[in-house]
Design a protein around this ligand. Structure first.
Ligand SMILES: NC(=O)c1ncn([C@@H]2O[C@H](COP(=O)(O)O)[C@@H](O)[C@H]2O)c1NC=O
Length: 524
């Protein structure tokens, strides 16, 4: 390896890396700003303009777009005719390319970014060199990630960069340029009509671009998908926001399955919604026990009471560090869980779980972060929407003669929070920071109401004095009658039905308190 070309926008670590290359006898070529920085640090550097015979021009739009650069990158060293062409035209080979591109993402994230600014931040020469070098990966190593600098130096000190490393770098490059172009496409196709006539303005943008590009990185292949005859793999975003499930650290247990991950996400999203110690137990993507308490132990014991039968083999999530006392209780209850999730699993809790080798333990930092967009696959298409991450929009309105007491209001708000994480139609009975009955995923709200009360009875729980949340309005009074017959004394739902008055009259007639939220929380 004799010659390296360095051309970076983000100059972090570049001086040290260039020093290390120089110390290994590698000649340094570089573009304007990068070359200047290297020279300031006493490194002998040849400017690209010296070898092209052209100054960098057009405000940097043309720097490296020249046969002396691209010939040096693209010539196959094992093709005599390629090498002869280089010799004929006096072109030297370039063996190592170190690049990062104009920061389009950072530029367009700024509130005052005009269309002109955005366009100027589209790198042209960089991707061209990246693609050239990556295409010729057998002869040229191309490094875009500063975290790879150390590996490059280590391999240079050995037998030279391996084919595996160079091919890995080439794959990384094409994924990177695909993501870079995807980002540009998302930006440009989100501009509102007429942006092209006002390039000096900050352009108005549609929420959803006309072409949507998304890049995901494979985390793991899976033994199977939702069912054993389905294949599956798990992918995640390049940058997972702190607090989202995909940022998990697995402490113990077998590999997570497709259903484990889907259910873990449901449990984690629900438990994160609470700001006091909380426990959520999920089965088949629905909470079958949710509770808050003064301690996690109390929250766990309450959550388990809702539906101990369904809780067996479920996914359990906590929003506070999980300590040994809770794990010991889980073990004493012979409560088998597939996955346990918490922001921290203390060494004592890990020790208490150590003998249950099949239980997957995940740590995920707690935060209020949610996915910016929610996706749902349909045949030949994809639905995109923003996250359903509001508890209540607007004011809660008491619509009955009877207003809820302070305690009832607390129970109603708890039930409403839980209801957001229950598949529609959702009916949730709650009291004292705990779910008493969960009716999920029924085609009729009436059936969800009936199922919730049947399940509560099966768990030996009385629904007397409970608060009920319904994820959408009661279209008729019948659903309301079912929950009041079961023992509920207050109800929260969005309202907005044609027959609101019929339902309000029914609530008054039955002597319960009812509030409207004005917000619906369907979940499919
Ligand atoms: N136009 C070109 O020929 C060209 N060649 C390299 N660049 C980019 O220029 C940047 C480095 O510039 P400088 O070394 O002048 O700070 C890199 O992000 C590199 O990707 C170019 N700039 C943009 O297209």
């Amino acid at each position: 390896m004799t010659t390296a070309l360095l051309s970076v926008s983000d100059k972090t670590g570049i001086v040290e890396f260039a020093q290390a290359l120089h110390a290994r006898g590698i000649r340094l070529l570089s573009t304007g700003g990068t070359a200047k920085l290297l020279a300031q640090n006493d490194l002998p550097v040849t400017e690209v303009s010296e070898i092209t015979g052209f100054p960098e021009m057009l405000d940097g739009r043309v720097k490296t777009l020249h046969p002396r650069v691209h010939g040096g990158l693209l010539a196959r060293r094992d093709f005599p005719e390629h090498m002869a062409a280089l010799k004929e035209h006096g072109i030297d080979t370039i063996d190592l390319l170190i690049i990062n591109l104009y920061p389009f993402a950072q530029a367009t994230a700024k509130a005052d970014c005009t269309l002109e600014d955005a366009i100027e931040n589209i790198d042209i020469g960089g991707p061209a060199m990246l693609r050239a070098a990556a295409k010729n990966w057998q002869d040229v190593a191309v490094v875009i990630d500063p975290s790879d600098y150390a590996q490059v130096l280590a391999e240079l000190d050995g037998a030279g960069l391996t084919r595996k490393t160079k091919f890995g770098f080439a794959k990384k490059v094409f994924s990177h340029t695909a993501a870079y172009d995807g980002m540009i496409s998302n930006y440009l196709t989100s501009l509102e009509a007429g942006a092209e006539d006002k390039t000096a303005d900050v352009p108005a943008r549609e929420e959803y671009p006309s072409v949507f590009n998304l890049q995901l990185h494979k985390v793991q292949g899976m033994r199977y998908g939702e069912n054993p005859h389905q294949s599956a793999a798990f992918y995640k975003e390049a940058q997972v926001a702190n607090g989202l499930l995909a940022g998990w650290t697995q402490i113990q247990g077998k590999e997570l399955s497709f259903n484990n991950i889907a259910d873990a996400d449901a449990a984690w999203e629900c438990v994160k919604a609470f700001d006091v110690p909380a426990c959520v137990i999920v089965k088949h993507a629905n909470p079958c026990g949710v509770a808050v308490g003064a301690t996690l132990l109390e929250a766990y014991e309450k959550a388990l009471k809702t539906d101990p039968t369904s809780a067996f083999g479920g996914i359990i999530a906590f929003n506070r560090p999980l300590d040994a006392d809770v794990v010991e209780k889980i073990n004493a209850n012979k409560h088998f869980v597939e996955v346990a999730i918490a922001p921290v699993i203390t060494p004592a809790a890990r020790a208490a779980y150590a003998s249950k080798v099949n239980v997957r333990l995940l740590e995920v930092p707690v935060s209020q972060a949610v996915n910016a967009l929610d996706f749902k696959r349909v045949g030949g298409g994809m639905l995109l929407q923003s996250a359903d991450n509001v508890d209540i929009v607007g004011e809660i309105k008491v619509v009955t003669k009877l207003a809820p007491t302070e305690q009832q209001m607390q129970d109603l708000l708890f039930a409403w929070k839980v209801g957001r994480f229950v598949k529609s139609n959702a009916i949730v009975f709650c009291k004292d920071g705990m779910t008493y009955g969960v009716g999920a995923g029924q085609m009729s709200r009436l059936d969800s109401a009936r199922i919730a009360s049947i399940k509560a009875k099966a768990a030996g729980l009385s629904l007397d004095g409970t608060a009920v949340a319904s994820d959408a309005f009661f279209p008729f009074r019948d659903g309301l009658d079912v929950v009041v017959d079961a023992g509920a004394t207050c109800v929260i739902h969005p309202g907005g039905s044609m027959r609101d008055q019929e339902v309000i009259d029914a609530a008054d007639e039955r002597g319960i308190a009812m509030v409207f939220t004005g917000t619906r929380h369907f979940r499919h």
